[in-house]
Design a binder for this molecule. Structure first.
Ligand code: PLP
Length: 363
């Protein structure tokens, strides 16, 4: 197939059956919507292209402009790619949570990077949001995409991801499971699917340490919910306009360990090398499995490719440092059985020591 530029290869990603990993454990038919097939290897290609082209149509981006964005990495890569093709400059403010692989990918495409501390609160002048605002205010002829608040982000998925899922499942999709960060991928797709099939169940995926689920449940922005977590792109410590809370039927929080183990399983059982948040999304399918029947068709969206996480979830040393693998390389599952066994081992070890100490002091 011939293309005018790399940009027209964005979208139309495949739906791939997950029979090997889900077949005998999930009663429904489960498909992965594999967004790593986009040229920038993530779902963010769709959002970045749509936000930029809508802004061009509105006259907000002029020739020679500088595109600015605060990003966890993937949006930055997509904007850098589009800027290269369209002849714009690109400056990205990035949380230092993003690994060195992600940073190198962006600079390779000609983007400039401003690295910001991951633990700075959004309103802090050093946060990647504040730094992006500052750059947009000081650089002439610049456009700050604001993916959290720019509704063209979710518009991209309403226009493409939603229709693709409905068509590729022959209208049979019953559940859509998707990570929430800015909310664009979740909300835009959900809005399209609910319009066409009102009984479809929308399952959002959130991180422990993020404020989104609590806000969905209570309408309260609870800062007590916030602590740092590891899955890049998943969850938020702000409430983005792109999260359409009213479209979400269920919100599942997934932990860093479970997501890491699940994405490694996707690689070894399905041959799919995908990003950390893809593990979180699939873990959410496992979390809802008791609600599913054999007639259900679940589509779980996998946001990006695993090559960006070779130093993290696909690195055994990193996994052991986090305690997600045992020192001998087994998954650290912490099942009730495992905890009971550990309790017996520790009781035996320390019980003996305590008895010895009691003996010594009494002598
Ligand atoms: C790897 C990854 N997963 C999930 C998400 C969440 O997608 P969205 O921002 O559309 O909610 C992002 C967003 O940056 C991401 O980079």
């Amino acid at each position: 197939m011939r293309h005018d530029s790399i940009l027209s290869t964005i979208g139309h990603t495949p739906l791939i059956s997950l029979d090997r990993i889900c077949g005998d454990r999930i009663p429904a038919k489960v498909y992965g919507k594999v967004e790593s097939f986009n040229p920038g290897q993530s779902a963010k290609d769709r959002a970045a292209l749509y936000m930029i082209e809508q802004a061009e149509k509105k006259g907000l981006i002029k020739p020679g402009a500088t595109l600015i964005e605060a990003t966890s990495g993937n949006t930055g890569f997509s904007i850098a790619m589009i800027a290269a093709v369209k002849g714009y400059k690109c400056i990205l403010t990035l949380s230092d949570k993003a690994g060195p692989e992600k940073r190198a990918l962006m600079t390779a495409l000609g983007a400039k990077i401003v690295l910001c501390p991951k633990d700075a609160a959004p309103e802090h002048p050093d946060s990647y949001y504040s730094r992006a605002e500052e750059l947009a205010a000081t650089i002439p002829n610049s456009f700050y995409l604001r993916q959290n608040w720019n509704l063209d982000n979710s518009g991209a998925h309403y226009a493409s991801t939603g229709p693709e899922i409905l068509e590729d499942t022959d209208g049979k999709v019953t559940h859509y499971v998707c990570c929430a960060g800015t909310g664009g991928t979740l909300s835009g797709t959900a809005r399209y699917l609910k319009e066409k099939k009102p009984d479809v169940t929308i399952v959002g995926v959130d991180a422990y340490g993020s404020v989104l689920k609590k806000y969905w449940q209570t309408g309260i922005f609870d800062t007590n919910e916030i602590f740092s977590w590891k899955v890049e792109g998943l969850g938020k410590t702000i409430i983005p306009d792109n999260v359409a809370f009213d479209l979400i039927d269920e919100f599942i929080k997934v932990g860093d360990r479970a997501a890491a183990l699940r994405v490694r399983e996707l690689a070894t059982r399905e041959g799919m090398l995908l990003g950390y948040s893809s593990g979180a999304a699939l873990e959410a399918v496992f979390a809802i499995r008791k609600q599913l029947t054999k007639d259900d068709v679940v589509v779980v969206l996998f946001p990006d490719h695993g090559s960006r996480y070779l130093g993290k979830v696909f690195n055994d040393d990193w996994m052991k440092e986090q305690g997600y693998l045992t020192p001998t390389g087994e998954p650290a599952t912490y099942s009730v059985k495992h905890l009971q066994r550990m309790y017996r081992v520790y009781k035996r070890m320390y019980g003996r020591k305590i008895k010895q100490r009691l003996k010594l002091t009494s002598e």
